[in-house]
Design a protein around this ligand. Structure first.
Ligand code: ATP
Length: 316
């Protein structure tokens, strides 16, 4: 990917008193990229979003936004950011238009251009017909759209979204995810979430944070690879011959779940799925189910944190 770097986070740590919320975090975001920041509750996602948006000073390290140092040149750096915090700063007693006009002024959009900026943000967020409605009377999904509209009204190169779909129903979640994907075409986007499918549905790249440290930074395709475990589950209409399954190349063990269902463990370099299908067909076992077992997010965390050897972190 050759798009220019939009955000450079260099060795950022943030302590609350003695307690580290994030430690030595470094990453970049490029233009046209949607980066998912994934982690369980308390991992340090919100702290990272607050540091990135200039709302919380890091204890150490540096953040460059569009080439501007967030501490040395905060005005220029912050002008390049649109931020949807975990709890959007909405004024319930204002109409959508009144609120967005106010946000346009806050973002120093010149008066003659404010109306156009507001209408563009509304159109992009599916709020065209909601201008005169009181924010307090909107559904949670529409309120979230208003929160995103205020984040993009000044067309910032970088959009930061902290847990953008929390509390929404499945239809609203789908709409907001589509909107995020669309935003990714023109802006760099970073979104934090503790929901793995959210990242898979919307992001190009994923970073996993665990106890304040980055434990994974990869493309979505690589994440899918991490989530694949070397296990297959197969179900048959007739009891299969375990010894014959066991003899297939790559198979390391076969465990009978019940009479007609087995769990097959294999060497990841030698996936035996095709061979199992062929054997089952030739032997007439009536194969009716075969599926790779996927790791859950929790299992992936366990695997990543165990393999990075930072088990002592828990005590910190
Ligand atoms: P969640 O999904 O629950 O919001 P998170 O990944 O966003 O979690 P943070 O809110 O960044 O996590 O918190 C990281 C750690 O820092 C947690 O252990 C939290 O208790 C601690 N923390 C956060 N804010 C403060 C604060 N103002 N004072 C002290 N500790 C804090």
């Amino acid at each position: 990917m050759n798009d220019p770097v939009l955000v450079e986070v260099q060795n950022v740590s943030r302590y609350y008193g003695e307690r580290p919320a994030i430690r030595d975090v470094s990453f970049t975001i490029r233009r046209g990229e949607v980066l998912g920041f994934l982690g369980p509750n308390g991992a340090g996602k919100t702290t990272t979003m607050q540091v990135l948006s200039g709302n919380l000073a890091p204890s150490s390290g540096r953040v460059l936004i569009d080439g501007h140092d967030l501490l040395d040149d905060p005005r220029a750096a912050k002008a390049a950011i649109g931020y949807l915090p975990e709890n959007p700063p909405l004024y319930r007693e204002l109409t959508v238009d009144e609120y967005l006009d106010y946000c346009a002024a806050l973002n120093r959009i010149p008066k003659p251009q404010r109306r156009e900026a507001r209408e563009t943000a509304k159109a992009r967020c599916g709020l065209k017909d909601a201008g005169r409605r009181l924010i307090g009377n909107l559904s949670k999904g529409f309120q979230q759209r208003v929160g995103i509209a205020q984040a993009i009204i000044h067309l910032p190169p970088l959009v930061i979204l902290d847990e953008p779909t929390v509390g929404l129903d499945p239809i609203q979640i789908r709409e907001i995810r589509n909107l995020i994907r669309e935003l990714g075409r023109d802006h760099g986007v970073i979104l934090s979430t503790h929901i793995l499918p959210e990242v898979q549905a919307t992001c190009d790249r994923v970073q996993i944070i665990h106890k304040g440290r980055l434990v994974l930074n990869d493309s979505i395709e690589a994440l899918a690879h991490h989530l694949k475990s070397a296990t297959l589950v197969a179900g048959f209409r007739q009891a299969p011959d375990i010894a014959r399954l066991q003899a297939l190349p790559g198979v390391t063990a076969v465990q009978a779940e019940d009479e007609s269902r087995v769990r097959i463990f294999f060497d990841p370099a030698l996936d035996p799925t095709d061979a199992v299908v062929r054997l089952a067909t030739d032997a007439g076992w009536g194969l009716h189910e075969i599926a790779p077992e996927k790791l859950s997010l929790e299992e992936l965390f366990v695997e990543l944190t165990a393999s990075t050897g930072n088990t002592t972190e828990a005590a910190a």
